[in-house]
Write a protein that binds this ligand. Sequence first.
Ligand code: ATP
Length: 267
Amino acid sequence: MQIDVATPMRAGTASEGPSALSVEKVTHRFGSRLALDDVSLDVPRGSFTALLGPNGAGKTTLFSLVTRLYDNRTGAIRVLGHDVRREPAAALSRLGVVFQARTLDLDLSVQQNLVYHATLHGIGFGRARQRAREALDRVGLVDRAKDKVRQLSGGQMRRIEIARALIHRPDLLLLDEPTVGLDIGSRAALVAEVRRLIASDGLGVLWATHIIEEIAPGDRIVVLHRGRVRAQGSFAEMVADSAGDLSAAFLALVDEDGASGHAGDAP
Ligand SMILES: Nc1ncnc2c1ncn2[C@@H]1O[C@H](COP(=O)(O)OP(=O)(O)OP(=O)(O)O)[C@@H](O)[C@H]1O
């Protein structure tokens, strides 16, 4: 299979500038458990990069390192070229994140949730209200600004979380299994929404999932399994040896009895 396992694709040529996200040789342990093992990956600007991995692959751990919930003691993580350890403020100001667990305050209005978040980013109250309106407009929910969050559906709450993540105009958006608990229609709508944002704003998106149907031709894919990057490349590269079948390619990569049992092995 012609997939680059060793060297992540470089989006950042001199003229294009650095990648939205670059992770280089990051290892993370919880006690004796190795959650991430020498992980390197790239999210080019303007790309939808799917972080595809089964339960326990290490997706959430990776997100926690990028967002500085955990400290990366090995390797380097850069957001738009800013190292998250050495320049945390610059790196985190370019980053928006939607965590797997819902984090909206259900008893506040949609607008209050957004304005509160904007002020945490140092945006003044007046501007925060304007930004909240703009962000809601982009996810098609401007008419729900005054509603309490608990009055919204699960899919609408997710879209509010995306609006909130965009309020400080980041260049990189991380979403950790954002469609968990949504029906098929809401799931498809949410993926489409994020793809529109990439097209309109040139955001780099890292979308963690284990749902193959959320991935489209044109996406970049990073397959993570048991803490190791098993493969990364374009959709076309990923399915080249499986007659266009991404599920088959994915299963071959995460099959413990298959040839790709170790991330460092050439597939
Ligand atoms: N706080 C923690 N303490 C100990 N082990 C942890 C902790 N968080 C995660 N792990 C372990 O690290 C590994 C990776 O977990 P992680 O949650 O990152 O995977 P994931 O790909 O996000 O899984 P899922 O799709 O189920 O959310 C697992 O073996 C998990 O048990």
